[in-house]
Design a protein around this ligand. Structure first.
Ligand code: SF4
Length: 268
């Protein structure tokens, strides 16, 4: 293959990648670390010697990718959502709008990618999250991570994870209506900035908030709901699944529906 053919092939592959990953509302594309490394390994046209230069190694087949991994390539301009989310997180960290500010160790804003196609929304931080400042890091967080990485076979860093409340209710009690009312503008801002294609509501508080329906979780799951035009799938909170392992089968069915919607391969 001569130099021109090599670059035509590379450009065609990159164009295919860009088309597959771009979204009408998105100005950046998501690259897995493997794809980013592969692109970076391609020598520039001014230095390449096709007669002696080895072809760039293709990435090892790995898990499916979804949304932004650590590297995001600009497509048609800078994307300011990362800065806007950082600014929102800064405001949340100083928030005193409800009494939970008096008992928190720190606020818990989000984890994952600002460009995620899928957002998980839970209820509120627990003790581990309050200590570490990251949502879903305790036992329930490990189960959610397993659902994402072993079930969906994508990286946790590719989804967006947050809660309805940004501060831990003492003793992990249920969120109070006035706390939800005080905190909800932050969640709305997060979802408006991230613009996920699908939201997965984890547990009844997130489900009721996102769907606007005051129904038991059992009636909210099992069909597609909607938040501000974004499809919402309701499933059990990982904490509930730890206490009730028999519900994992239904939760997996919910996750598979999300995977179908996002056209992710379902294995097994
Ligand atoms: S829970 Fe929300 S509204 Fe209440 S203090 Fe924390 S960030 Fe502010």
């Amino acid at each position: 293959m001569d130099r021109n053919e090599l670059y035509r092939d590379i450009i065609a592959d990159v164009r295919t990648l860009l088309k597959a990953r771009t979204h009408p509302r998105r100005r950046t594309i998501a690259l897995s670390p493997e794809a980013a490394a592969w692109l970076q390994a391609i020598p520039g046209p001014s230095t390449v010697d096709t007669a002696s230069a080895p072809a760039p190694a293709a990435p090892e087949p790995g898990p499916a990718t979804l949304g932004k991994a650590p590297t995001a390539a600009p497509v048609d301009g800078p994307d300011d959502r990362e800065a806007a989310l950082a600014e929102a997180a800064r405001r949340v960290s100083a928030c005193t709008k409800c009494a939970l500010c008096e008992t928190r160790t720190q606020t818990v804003f989000s984890d994952g990618s600002p460009w995620a196609r899928l957002a998980f929304v839970g209820e509120a931080p627990g003790a581990d999250e309050d200590r570490q400042g990251t949502p879903f890091v305790g036992r329930a967080g490990q189960l959610l991570t397993d659902i994402i990485t072993k079930g969906m076979r994508i990286h946790r860093s590719e989804v967006y994870i947050c809660n309805v409340l940004k501060c831990r209710p003492p003793g992990n009690r249920d969120p109070q209506p006035e706390e939800i009312a005080s905190c909800e503008p932050y969640l709305r801002e997060q979802l408006r900035l991230v613009q996920p294609e699908v939201i997965c509501a984890l547990g009844s508080f997130a489900a009721r908030f996102l769907t606007g329906l005051d129904l038991p979780l059992g009636r909210l799951r099992g069909s597609w709901r909607e938040y501000e035009g974004i499809p919402v799938r309701v499933t059990y909170h990982p904490s509930y699944l730890l206490r009730n392992p028999s519900a994992k089968k239904q939760a997996w069915e919910d996750i598979q529906e999300i995977m179908r919607r996002l056209q992710l391969p379902i294995q097994g």
